[in-house]
Design a protein around this ligand. Structure first.
Ligand SMILES: Nc1nc2c(ncn2[C@@H]2O[C@H](COP(=O)(O)OP(=O)(O)OP(=O)(O)O)[C@@H](O)[C@H]2O)c(=O)[nH]1
Ligand SMILES: [Mg+2]
Length: 437
């Protein structure tokens, strides 16, 4: 049985509604974003309406007169679906449907439907189903009404399922089962993330459509799915990335962020977003060609806060799609790249390397002789900068950096009986890092 909301194929004509509360500004970019979301869900915006209000109406969110206007417009334009750029209560949805004689969908339901449509992996499907059920559970009574008037289209549930057979008890049982399954996935991921501790972890975050997956593809030569629409990526993918000095780091792609990302999604995708919380360095991808880049940066900053990313995690702004923009970027504001032409990629790798190097505990080691197994151990557990064998006194000198603190390697090295001398070095390459966001 398919429990998730799916999007019917084919374009559906949509009336888009936005209310501006108090002195909330009416901004072009947020309307553009909502249109992109509707299109991404397989709809087309046939008309738009807005209303300025001191506060939302408890019953209808908008005024009664406005609701009648929506009904007339829908009738005139042959529209059967109204999308609200807000979160509505189930009561508001059913009263609006009554008043407009259209199917009414709110922002959260729309975004959930897009996620459900994009989910490909088992993990993503479990997470989105949980998000949808948690969203619909308190609304089930309203939904009897809601779904009874749904035809095909955005927000319609998948085939082979009758809405009415879903009751609260079944939904709760399903939620418990999903949480159990997601728990199993999480425990597998914990093992994976333990493994990540041996490497420097970089996570690309950013607004949806910023070019995150394309950047990872260019850096690592991978073929991740990319698309010019919101939420192309729903899963975390990690790849090994070789830096100019031959060492490797782990780099991960994540689900894109958006302004007012529904809480239910943030909660369900908690584990997926672990890679952002545990990162040693965040690459914040910002589409340089977008007129809304300032708003995107703020939304990303707020979302990182919401998902619990430590403020102290280093952040490097990566201005993407620089092939679409003529004027040069101030290097202090970040690194400018084009994943299409390759411009700036080398500079990005060099900057990443400086970040990585500045986070290591550097030390110098003198060994009695060139012991291959010890040197292999160092290569696996540290970043090795220099190995010099001295013929005269058969000493091997090594400069290396410990990833998780000097103390984590000191005991192992001293206990080997091969070390003649070991000393901390002041961290080199710590200056000259620009572009922190
Ligand atoms: N011109 C140009 N287009 C780019 C560049 N990088 C990405 N794009 C395009 O931007 C669109 C979005 O790219 P994605 O890599 O899917 O973006 P994303 O940030 O992963 O998006 P989500 O996974 O949806 O959050 C695609 O159509 C890409 O071809 C670039 O450097 N230059
Ligand atoms: Mg992506």
């Amino acid at each position: 049985m398919n429990e998730t909301t799916s999007i019917e194929k084919g374009l559906e004509r949509v009336l888009l509604v936005r209310a501006f509360i108090g002195d909330e500004p009416d901004e072009d970019h947020s309307r553009g974003e909502m249109r992109a979301l509707v299109e991404s869900a397989g709809g087309t915006v046939a008309a738009e309406k807005s209303q300025r209000r001191a506060s939302p109406d408890a019953k209808l969110f908008i005024g009664r007169g406005k609701a009648s206007e929506l009904r007339e417009t829908a009738l005139r334009e042959g529209i059967s679906t109204i999308v609200f750029d807000h979160s509505l209560s189930s009561g508001q949805v059913s009263r609006l449907e009554e008043a407009t004689d259209c199917k009414v969908i709110d922002r959260t339901e729309l975004i959930l439907a897009i996620f459900a449509d994009r989910a490909r992996t088992r993990e993503a499907k479990l997470q989105i189903e949980l998000a949808q059920l948690k969203y619909s559970l308190p609304r089930l009574s309203g939904m009897w009404h809601h779904f009874s008037r749904l035809g095909a289209g955005i927000g319609t549930r998948g085939p082979g399922e009758t809405q009415l057979e879903i009751d609260r008890r079944r939904a709760r049982a399903r939620i418990a089962l999903l949480e159990e399954r997601i728990g199993e996935v999480e425990s597998r991921w914990r093992i994976v993330s333990e493994g990540r501790r041996g490497m420097f972890n970089i996570t690309i975050v950013g607004y949806t459509n910023a070019g995150k997956s394309t950047l990872l593809n260019t850096l690592c030569g991978t073929g991740l799915f990319t698309a010019d629409k919101p939420f192309a990526t729903l899963d975390t993918t990690s790849r090994r990335l070789e830096l100019p000095d031959g060492s490797s780091v782990l780099i991960s792609d994540t689900v894109g962020f958006i302004e007012r990302l529904p809480e239910t999604l943030v909660a369900s995708f908690h584990t997926t977003l672990d890679v952002a919380r545990t990162a040693d360095l965040l690459l914040v991808a910002v589409d340089r060609s977008s007129p809304c880049r300032g708003m995107h940066m703020n939304a990303v900053r707020r979302t990182l806060d919401r998902i619990g990313v430590d403020e102290s995690t280093p952040r490097l702004t990566v201005w993407t799609k620089c092939d679409l923009v003529k004027d040069p970027v101030d290097p202090r504001s970040g690194v400018s790249v084009s994943s299409l032409t390759g411009e700036g990629i080398e500079g990005l790798l060099a900057t990443v390397m400086r970040y990585r190097d500045s986070s290591l505990d550097w030390f110098e080691l003198e060994m009695e002789y060139h012991d291959s197994s010890m040197i292999n151990w160092l290569y696996t557990n540290c970043v090795v900068r220099n190995v010099t064998d001295s013929g005269e006194d058969s000493t091997t000198r090594i400069v290396a950096g410990a990833l998780r603190g000097y103390e984590s390697v000191e005991g192992r090295l001293e206990g080997s009986g091969l070390v003649r001398r070991i000393a901390r070095l002041p961290g080199p390459w710590t200056d000259d890092i620009g572009g922190e966001s």
